[in-house]
Ligand binder design. Structure first.
Ligand code: PGA
Length: 253
C-alpha cells in the first residue's frame, strides 16, 4: 500500500517568522493524525527556522524545499544547492513545477539535471508534470506528460525510480480554482503509472506515489484522493492556511 502524501507548496509566501507561526499552528492541528504523511515546502529563507521548529516540537511534519540547483556547489550566484538543503534535513524537493518551467524558463534538460542532483544527495524529488489548457483541448495532454517523464527520468534506474514522487498538475488548474475532476486526475495518474510500468517494471510502478495538484481544497480533497491512482496532493494556496491544509490532510475523517 502506498502511504498518501499531502505536501504544501508555500511558493513565494511567508517570511521566516510567519513560516514558524504557520508550521506551529499546523502541527497542533495535525496531532494524532495517522496513515498520512504530511510535508511542507517553505521558501528557502524560512527553511532553517522551520527545520528547527519541527525538530524542537518533535513534529512528524516532513520538511520539503521548492527547488535547488543542479550542482552541489560552485559559482552559481543566487542559487541554492541540494547539498545545502540536505544539511537542513530537507527530505522532499519540488522539481519541474510549471511556474519554474513557464515563468522562470526552466527547460526539460535542467529539470532532469535538478531531479538527479536531488536524488544524488539522498533526497526525494517531487517531479511535477502537466499540460496547458490548450494542450488538453487539442488532445495532447498525455503526449505532453509522457515527454516530460521521458526527459526527466531518462537516466534513472528502476531502483532509483522507486524512491520518486510524481505530481500531476494540470497548469489550467493551478491557482485558478478550476480543479480537475477526480476522473481527470485518475485518468492521467493511471496513464503515468502505466508509463512507469513500461519503463521501470510493474513493481517499481506500483510503489511510486503519484499526487494530484491544482486547486486542491478541503471540499474536494477526499474525492480526489479516493481515486485508486491518486496517492496524495500537492497543495498551493490552501496550504497557507493551517486550518484548510490540516482539513486536507485529514481527508479520510
Ligand atoms: P494551487 O497550487 O493549489 O494554489 O492550485 C498547486 C501547485 O502549484 O502546486
Amino acid at each position: 500500500m502506498r502511504l498518501p502524501l499531502v505536501a504544501g507548496n508555500w511558493k513565494m509566501h511567508k517570511d521566516h517568522r510567519e513560516a514558524v507561526d504557520l508550521v506551529r499552528e499546523l502541527d497542533g492541528l495535525l496531532a494524532g493524525l495517522e496513515g498520512v504523511e504530511v510535508a511542507v515546502c517553505p521558501p528557502f529563507t524560512a527553511l532553517s527556522d522551520v527545520a528547527r521548529t519541527l525538530k524542537e516540537s518533535r513534529s512528524r511534519i516532513v520538511l520539503g524545499a521548492q527547488g535547488g540547483y543542479r550542482a552541489p556547489e560552485g559559482a552559481y550566484t543566487g542559487e541554492i544547492s541540494p547539498r545545502m538543503l540536505k544539511a537542513l534535513e530537507v527530505h522532499y524537493v519540488i522539481v519541474g513545477h510549471s511556474e519554474r518551467r513557464e515563468i522562470i524558463g526552466e527547460g526539460d534538460q535542467l529539470v532532469a539535471a535538478k531531479a538527479r542532483a536531488v536524488l544524488e544527495e539522498g533526497m526525494v524529488p517531487i517531479l511535477c508534470v502537466g499540460e496547458t489548457l490548450e494542450e488538453r483541448e487539442e488532445g495532447k495532454a498525455e503526449s505532453k506528460v509522457r515527454g516530460q517523464l521521458e526527459s526527466a527520468l531518462a537516466a534513472w534506474s528502476s531502483d532509483e525510480a522507486s524512491a520518486l514522487v510524481i505530481a500531476y498538475e494540470p497548469i489550467w488548474a493551478i491557482g485558478t480554482g478550476k480543479t480537475a475532476t477526480p476522473e481527470d486526475a485518475q485518468e492521467m495518474n493511471s496513464f503515468i503509472r502505466g508509463w512507469l510500468a513500461e519503463r521501470f517494471g510493474q513493481d517499481t510502478a506500483s510503489g511510486v506515489r503519484i499526487l494530484y495538484g491544482g486547486s486542491v481544497k478541503p471540499d474536494n480533497a477526499a474525492e480526489l484522493m479516493a481515486m485508486p491512482d491518486v496517492d496524495g496532493a500537492l497543495v498551493g494556496g490552501a496550504s497557507l492556511k493551517a486550518a484548510d491544509f490540516a482539513a486536507i490532510a485529514r481527508f479520510r475523517e
